[in-house]
Design a binder for this molecule. Structure first.
Ligand code: GLN
Length: 249
């Protein structure tokens, strides 16, 4: 159809304009794109020895390459990233950020680059078999995450224990201090794979989409980064990165 043709043409011109961007990028004077990341969220971001690796760091590197910026990843608690972007300490963040209306008041979100869903991680043999069974149970979450907000809204914040870092929530689950963790699908799968005593409930919770967060103080930077994300999506590069970390069934 003519529609397809138009898409093909715009895909081609997208590549060209990108090449021009590369030579003329001066939005960031120091040439460094400072991004917040909470490297406790495999396969999106985690530590391999001292290095921060995963889907998001690779996407960030690809963006840096296209724009001629050095990428500086600042590892911090997830709950601190948006505030640090708002206060001007960071240019943005890439940390499996679900797009929400509330956050969109605080940062500019790029086009989305991945889908996710909230899932429930429990100990094998748990009495918790479905979402309703979470009623009155101790639920672990990551502070400031969408799962944290969901759990508080649906089951009462008095029943929610929020952790700064997911591995601490996993330990508490294994020690019986909490009964379940509400966590994004891919991370749930990685933690379940790495820990024989854990499993994921069949029932899925809320559908979500990830995007990169950019400061509202620099519209030019936002446009630049967003254009690159669009190109990386269109060219399939983002999907290739995701596929490297997530085995499809
Ligand atoms: N996607 C969830 C959120 O945005 C959790 C992300 C994370 O913990 N890194 O709140």
């Amino acid at each position: 159809s003519s529609n397809t043709n138009e898409e093909e043409i715009s895909a081609l011109s997208g590549v060209e304009s990108n090449d021009m961007n590369q030579a003329s990028s001066k939005t960031l004077d120091d040439g460094v794109l400072d991004l917040g990341i909470s490297a406790d969220f495999p396969p999106y971001e985690y530590h391999e020895d001292e290095k921060i690796v995963g889907i998001d760091p690779e996407i960030a590197e690809a963006i840096g390459e296209k724009l001629g910026y050095e990428i500086a990843l600042h590892d911090m608690d997830f709950s601190a990233i948006i505030a640090s972007i708002e206060s001007g300490k960071l240019d943005g963040g890439i940390s499996g950020f679900t797009v929400t209306e509330e956050r969109a008041q605080q940062v500019n979100f790029t086009d989305t680059y991945a889908n996710s869903v909230q899932e429930v991680l429990v100990k094998k043999g748990s009495v918790i078999k479905q979402i309703e069974d979470l009623e009155g149970k101790k639920i672990g979450t990551q502070l400031g995450s969408t799962g944290d907000l969901l759990a508080g809204d649906d089951f009462g914040s008095e029943n929610v224990q929020s952790f700064a870092k997911f591995p601490d929530a996993v330990l508490s689950l294994q020690n019986g201090k909490i009964d379940a963790i509400i966590i994004d699908q891919q991370a749930a799968e990685k933690f379940a794979d790495a820990n024989d005593d854990l499993e994921i409930l069949e029932t899925k919770y809320a559908d979500e989409e990830y995007a990169m967060a950019i400061t509202k103080d620099n519209e030019e930077l936002f446009k630049e980064v967003n254009d690159v994300i669009k190109d990386l999506k269109e060219s399939g590069e983002i999907q290739d990165i995701i596929d490297k970390y997530i085995k499809t069934e």
